[in-house]
Write a protein that binds this ligand. Structure first.
Ligand code: ATP
Length: 587
């Protein structure tokens, strides 16, 4: 990203907060931080002046003045303590509020209109790891932006203030050249700047590789963390495949990248440490040497000599902070780049989802009606062509077809989350739809909350919950309503499918879509849950996807897909008429 683009992107990310409903507090806190930073510089400068007075009092054997400067020190020390405390407090408060605001905004945007799902579908590499964007990059953005603006400003003011002190202490230095004496104004400043410039040049030269190495380190750490998370997420499959060695190899490969890069960092840091330690040690000598001509000529006092040494120290520290900012600037650019990509992807999927509205439309009344639907794979391959489908209340439909023909995708389309589609789906405005996949989501919560997920508008008693569990052949779980567990791990797939069925019975949706929702159940249990659905959900239209022939008996119509656009819709009544009284397992 070019510099102008980076700044524009950073402004886009930051601007929203500084003009948000919280702008009053934000600007107030920022103002306080700046004022406190300036106060800190003021106290530091006063301490430098104090040093001069202190050593002068000692040199002059002036006890009265000595006591005065001690009192002055006590005052400055109290001021320093108070200002430092409030400065860190205001700064961290601003940091926290800004991060909280950004996190809420990004989280809301990510979860808005199913963007998290659409983002996964379009997943280019730039849209990866939204968790890292929201948890880590937003934090880094706030830290680095404050560091590079507010603290940088403080460093510059510090350097400038001490340069002024040095100018003041320099007086006029007469440089003997031949028989002449040339007056040099502010010679201590020129020497300090020359010294700092040499230091800056060498620090940048030696430390430059750190910019790239720190950036790589962050990436390798993220890759390593991700490989560990994958093992946790797929623990069961890996355990069943005995894939521990492969996983260990993979994790260690990522870890070794961290180590190899870290070795390079150590090497650069070692050289940088030699340089900066040597530089700061020499700085004391250098300051004493350059101040000595005026001291030995009796033009300055002993205290002013110390003041000069201290001022050189501050100029040098200020410069090293400024140098550090170059490394941080590279880090900041990378963070802005990643956040900007994430934001752009979010905006793209949200714009797409607005145009998606044209496909799914909520109407005042009527039935669930899909008209002239064309469904595609992400690469544009057609799955279902020109499908028209009516789903009146209380009716049931079975969707069948070979694996990969688009059954689940048809359900995703009807749910309004599949973006590669055109046509029209009309849904009654107040209709409640429920989609149950093969593996339902089980939040880590109490069993009661798992059953009620994502929430019911009417109150449900524990007795109702127990009845539903018993009806779904989950009697053994009735005593565990208050138990807090990772139910997705603790229950078998068949039990989870029965929990999902129990949810549907509790929710009583108007349209229920079941995507291989009974695939892990034995036929008898499958029969029980379907019979329950028929008995308890009399007004609900049920659409099932499944491969088992036994499912045919629970549905009145059947839609067969062939995977290349073709489809065939039959109703039991019409098929029975055509076949007389014969049984029709494949109608
Ligand atoms: N997110 C996706 N990205 C790319 N291709 C996808 C995605 N989701 C589905 N597809 C493709 O769309 C086609 C239909 O998938 P779908 O899951 O609807 O099939 P299905 O009929 O339900 O299969 P099965 O009976 O095996 O569950 C498949 O070829 C699949 O690879």
């Amino acid at each position: 990203m070019r510099r102008g683009v980076v700044l524009r992107s950073a402004w886009k990310i930051a601007r929203a907060y500084w003009f948000s409903e919280e702008k009053g507090t934000a600007w107030l806190l920022l103002g306080s931080v700046i004022v406190l930073n300036l106060a800190l510089v003021y106290v530091t400068v006063q301490l430098n002046v104090w040093q001069g007075a202190f050593y002068d009092a000692i040199q002059n054997f002036n006890y009265g003045s000595f006591i005065d400067v001690i009192k002055r020190y006590a005052l400055l020390a109290v001021l320093l303590i108070v200002v430092k405390g409030y400065q860190i407090y205001a700064r961290m408060l601003l940091h926290m509020r800004w991060r909280r605001w950004l996190t809420e905004r990004y989280l809301t945007s990510w979860l808005h209109k199913k963007s998290y799902y659409r983002l996964q579908l379009m997943a280019g590499s730039a849209a990866d790891n939204p968790d890292q964007r929201i948890s880590e990059d937003l934090e880094l953005f706030v830290v680095l932006t404050l560091r590079l603006s507010v603290d940088f400003f403080q460093d510059v003011v510090t350097v400038f203030s001490f340069v002024l002190i040095l100018w003041d202490l320099s007086g006029v230095f007469y440089l003997p050249v031949g028989g002449w004496e040339i007056p040099v104004y502010g010679y201590l400043v020129w020497l300090a700047l020359a010294y700092a410039a040499v230091g800056t040049y060498w620090t940048l030269k030696v430390g430059r590789p750190l910019v790239r190495l720190d950036y790589d380190q962050q990436r390798y750490e993220a890759d390593f963390r991700f490989s560990l998370v994958r093992v946790r997420e797929h623990a069961e499959s890996i355990a069943l495949y005995n894939g521990e060695n492969n996983e260990k190899r993979n994790c260690l490969r990522h870890f070794n990248q961290i180590l190899a890069n870290f070795l390079k960092i150590i090497d650069v840091r070692k050289r940088l440490m030699w340089l900066t330690t040597g530089y700061s040690q020499v700085a004391v000598l250098f300051a004493a040497l350059v101040a000595s001509p005026r001291y030995f000529r009796g033009q300055i006092q002993f205290g002013q000599m110390f003041q000069i040494i201290d001022a050189y120290n501050h100029v040098q520290i200020g410069f090293s902070f400024i140098i550090d900012s170059f490394t941080r600037l590279a880090q900041w650019r990378a963070v802005v780049n990643r956040l900007n990509n994430f934001l752009t992807f979010l905006e793209t999927v949200q714009i797409e989802s607005v145009s998606q509205k044209e496909v799914v439309c909520r109407q005042q009344q009527g039935v669930f009606f899909a008209e002239a639907l064309n469904i595609f794979q992400p690469d544009g391959q057609m799955l279902v062509k020109d499908l028209t489908l009516k789903l009146p209340p209380g009716q049931s439909l079975l969707v069948t077809g070979p694996s990969g023909c688009g059954k689940s995708t048809l359900l995703r389309t009807l749910a309004g989350i599949w973006p590669y589609v055109n046509g029209r789906i009309r849904i009654p405005r107040d209709a409640r739809l429920m989609f149950v996949p093969q593996k339902s989501y089980m939040p880590i919560d109490t069993l009661r909350e798992v059953l009620l997920y994502p929430g019911l508008s009417r109150p449900v008693s524990d007795a109702d919950l127990r009845d539903v569990l018993i009806a779904c052949r989950l009697k053994h779980l009735t005593g565990k309503l208050d138990e807090w567990l990772d139910w997705g791990q603790a229950l078998s797939l068949g039990e989870q499918q029965r929990i999902a069925f129990a949810r549907a019975l509790l929710q009583q949706p108007d349209w229920l879509f079941l995507d291989e929702a009974t695939s892990a159940l034995d036929e008898a249990t499958e029969q029980t849950v379907y019979q329950l659905a028929v008995k308890m959900l009399t007004k609900t239209a049920i659409v099932s996807v499944g491969h088992r022939s036994t499912l045919i008996d629970y549905h009145q119509s059947r839609l067969s897909l062939d995977g290349s656009g073709g489809w065939d819709l039959r109703t039991r009544a019409a098929a029975c008429q055509g076949a007389g009284r014969r049984s029709l397992p494949n109608w």
